[in-house]
Design a binder for this molecule. Structure first.
Ligand SMILES: Cc1cc2nc3c(=O)[nH]c(=O)nc-3n(C[C@H](O)[C@H](O)[C@H](O)COP(=O)(O)O)c2cc1C
Length: 335
């Protein structure tokens, strides 16, 4: 399959009604969730009336994510999609953290089928790393985003002032300075870049160049181009423009810094991003200040959430759709 065929095959609704207990159909929706570097660090174990969502530790990113926070948040993202798809298929999913696997156990029971606006938005959501139009969001839009983005021990802080955006941009720049100075971080990032459609289709994972605003080029050319342009200075300029073009910045943060809350934070992100997509809004992550460990507490203090763990940072606004990222076949993630 070529890249555009694979995009159409991936980013679509499927037939849930025909086979309400087709767990593979639910897993397909789960895999459309976000994941750090598009690593898709999940395994789905299908059992009778149950799906276990397990971490795939072979897909860790130790440089950018040394404590596996993003890996577990990604599990939460996938689980949220799974629960929304189950609900649309007439199954209520009861979800609990299983300390013996560090994964989630979702038990299903029959329920009336309910197709929510968030479920409908699953194929619409993407990380849109483009410039937005900066237009303010309405009070109702902000309220809906706030409502979607909180969970058990997890809250969302929405910031819309220019001063607050400036503060976030300053911390993103500090994060870029630290990350670009770290050769292990740069090596790891490059290993997840798919410079062209052929590479993206071949692996079904990773960061497809055009989805991050770069042209589709042969690998050798992409690597050569990076030699001249890959710098904290360039990234800071781009992030500054992107942040100030956004209508709002959302920080998802937890009361407790542990795996169950990291997973919950991922579920909150997924709902918030789906709610944004349902409202015709775009979202993209700007996580640098929470990825660089020494900046995290300082950032939390600066935005008024001292003592809590800031998990994920997003910008929200209206802007163009970007090229799509791909997914691995579901056969590769089912056990
Ligand atoms: C926990 C987590 C952290 C992420 N961090 C970043 C980030 O710092 N910068 C970024 O551009 N994208 C980030 N992403 C977005 C992923 O790269 C994106 O979800 C993946 O490439 C798949 O693309 P899609 O969400 O558009 O389908 C993150 C995603 C997750 C779940």
């Amino acid at each position: 399959m070529n890249y555009s065929d694979m995009v159409s095959e991936t980013w679509r609704h499927g037939e849930l009604g025909a086979a309400p207990h087709d767990y593979r159909a639910l897993v397909r929706y789960a895999t459309l969730a976000a994941s750090s570097h598009n690593t898709q660090p999940w395994i789905f174990k299908l059992e009778s009336n149950r799906i276990q969502v397990l971490p795939d530790l072979s897909r860790r990113c130790p440089a950018v994510d040394p404590d596996d926070h993003h890996l577990y948040a990604s599990l939460g993202c996938a689980t949220e999609n799974l629960l929304l798809a189950a609900q649309a298929a007439g199954l209520k999913g009861l979800c609990r953290f299983d300390a013996s696997t560090s994964g989630l156990q979702v038990d299903f029971e029959e329920a009336p089928a309910a197709r929510s606006a968030l479920f409908d938005a699953i194929p619409l959501r993407q990380c849109s790393r483009s410039e937005y139009d900066g237009a303010p969001l309405s009070a109702e839009e902000l309220e809906q985003l706030q409502g979607a983005g909180h969970g058990d021990g997890v809250s969302v802080l929405l910031m819309t002032d220019a001063d607050q955006k400036g503060l976030v941009a300053d911390y993103v720049a500090k994060g870029n300075d630290a990350q670009f100075a770290d050769p292990a971080w740069a090596r790891e990032l490059k290993s997840w870049i798919r410079f062209n459609g052929k590479e993206a289709v071949h692996s079904g994972d990773g960061l497809y160049g055009p989805a991050t605003g770069n042209p589709d080029v042969p690998r050798w050319l992409g690597l050569l181009a990076m030699k001249g342009t890959f710098s904290a200075r360039n990234q800071n300029k781009k992030d500054y423009r992107h942040i100030h073009s956004s209508s709002a910045i959302a920080v998802i943060y937890s009361e407790t810094d542990d795996i169950p809350h990291w997973i919950e934070a991922g579920r909150c992100y997924q709902r918030l991003a789906l709610q944004a997509a349902a409202l015709g809004l775009r979202t993209a992550f700007i996580n640098q200040p929470v990825e660089v460990g020494r900046l995290r507490p300082e950032f939390a203090r600066a935005i008024g959430i001292d003592g809590r763990r800031p998990d994920l940072i997003l910008r929200i606004g209206r802007g163009p759709e970007m090229p799509r990222s791909l997914r691995r076949p579901i056969g590769d993630v089912i056990r």
